[in-house]
Write a protein that binds this ligand. Structure first.
Ligand code: EPZ
Length: 418
């Protein structure tokens, strides 16, 4: 296993390219199962999770070929229908193969993802929606077995907002007989990106990005040919990097239109934003001001940036409140931040972050993808050296983050963790 060693206290200055969005790439890759032909995806980030999804599609009989940030997925041959446990357990987003498989092949056998570090993460909403569309669902030996001759359109109201639940049902509805309405749908930009990829291939979808999505079933789809949107979470992570190191970073291809809640809070904390011909320049000259944050479904403050902004606020000149409302156990970075000298009081999923003048480097451990990003950010600001173990979490969702940061002046190196 690798670890990252960071020598903190250096302001980051320079330009960073924002990569394609992991959480748009994964459902769009799964959507190729709705087609029979040669699909082409551009601006795909080179990530562990993308490779895992590629392996999963290959297990199902697709031919997957990733060249740089292009991915070619040939689904011409009849495909299998089983997403095996050993792949699904490493990446719960594999569950988004369920809808496309049962829509195209009439049968899907997908391992239940099981919980993960940040929460139990059930898929009851995915299954409830598929049953409403006439799918027979059984649980067998830890697998969901979904069968349907042909899915039929249904009017579905989700009990709660779920991103991959919305994506699974939208994909299932594309080839169903009749019209499907998904109410209380997730409005995340990644849902819109998936809809755009499907519409370009012949799907009839309206309302993506709103809480009511309508899908009129079509006979078949053409192969996908789609350029994945920029990663708003990666961009937000680098905005915090500029703020926490009191540097000046120009972010190329940052999707500002998808980050209004985040930019609003970072401006409130005193970070400066300037549009330049090369991209948005984010800078800070002094300690951040305290702010209060409550995470929520889009367009609210994204849970995937909660840990990163907490790192910034540990160095604020006051006391901030951060409330996590999406996942029941997404505060594991608090214990690790305390090891770096942060002052944080935690009650359930609400943290009160008392600002300190400085953090001190220490050995810390990444527990999940975004917590590991939080520790990198804190390490960039902490005095002395910070050793972050289990960085495989980081590699799931950030393309070459250590190289991107060191190109902007960070003293960060990857080492074997004995
Ligand atoms: C997506 O996960 C993202 N992953 C997550 O990003 C992100 O944190 C999350 O949406 C929320 O924005 C991908 O898109 C691949 P949910 P998802 O279903 O779809 C509960 C990252 O770091 N729920 O919107 O799995 C669930 O337990 C990852 O990139 C049910 O109860 O999240 C959670 O509390 C982490 N029943 C809440 O809803 C269901 O059937 C929101 O989950 C489905 C969800």
């Amino acid at each position: 296993m690798d670890k990252l060693v960071i020598k903190g206290g250096r302001p980051l200055v320079g330009r960073i390219q924002v990569s394609g969005a992991k959480n748009a790439t994964l459902p769009v890759m799964a959507a190729t199962l709705l087609t029979r032909g040669r699909n082409r995806l551009l601006n795909v980030p080179n990530l562990r999770d993308v490779r895992t999804m590629g392996e999963l599609l290959a297990t199902l009989g697709a031919k997957v070929n990733q060249r740089g940030n292009k991915v070619f997925i040939d689904t011409s041959d009849a495909l299998g229908h089983e997403a095996p446990y050993d792949l699904v357990k490493t990446m719960r987003a594999s569950v988004v193969t369920l809808g496309p498989l049962v829509a195209k092949a009439g049968l899907a056998r997908v391992s239940l993802p099981g919980g993960c570090a940040i929460g139990e993460r059930p898929i009851d909403q995915h299954l409830k929606g598929l049953e409403a569309m006439g799918c027979k669902i059984e649980l067998d030996d830890g697998y969901v077995v979904a069968k349907a001759n042909r899915l039929k359109g249904a009017d579905i109201t989700m009990d709660l907002v779920t991103v991959t639940g919305t994506e699974n049902l939208m994909m299932a509805a594309v080839l169903a007989k009749g019209t499907t309405v998904i109410r209380n749908a997730a409005r995340e930009p990644e849902v819109v990106d998936l809809a755009q990829a499907l519409i370009a291939a012949g799907a009839d979808i309206t309302g993506a990005g709103t809480s009511t999505i309508q899908v009129k079933g079509v006979g078949e789809l053409r192969p996908l040919d789609h350029r994945v949107m920029s990663d708003r979470i990666e961009a937000g992570t680098f905005m915090v990097a500029a703020g926490i190191t009191r540097g000046e970073l120009t972010l190329v291809d940052a999707p500002l239109e998808h980050l209004t809640a985040v930019v609003g809070k970072l401006k409130e904390a005193g970070l400066r934003f300037q549009n330049t011909p090369k991209g948005v320049m984010v800078s800070a000259r002094r300690a951040p001001k305290p702010v209060s944050i409550i995470t929520g479904p889009y367009p609210g403050f994204p849970t995937d940036l909660q840990a990163q902004v907490m790192a910034l606020l540990t160095l604020s000149n006051g006391s901030s409140m951060i409330q996590e409302t999406i996942f029941e156990n997404r505060m594991m970075h608090v214990g690790e931040l305390r090891r770096l000298g942060a002052r944080i009081e935690l009650t359930g999923s609400t943290a009160v972050v008392g600002g300190v003048r400085r953090l001190s480097g220490a050995r810390v451990m990444a527990t999940d993808l975004r917590a590991s990003a939080c520790l990198v950010l804190a390490g960039l600001a902490a005095e002395g050296e910070t050793h972050i173990s289990r960085v495989y979490h980081l590699d799931r969702g950030y393309e070459r983050i250590d190289q991107k940061l060191s190109a902007a002046g960070a003293a960060i190196r990857r080492k074997k963790d004995k």
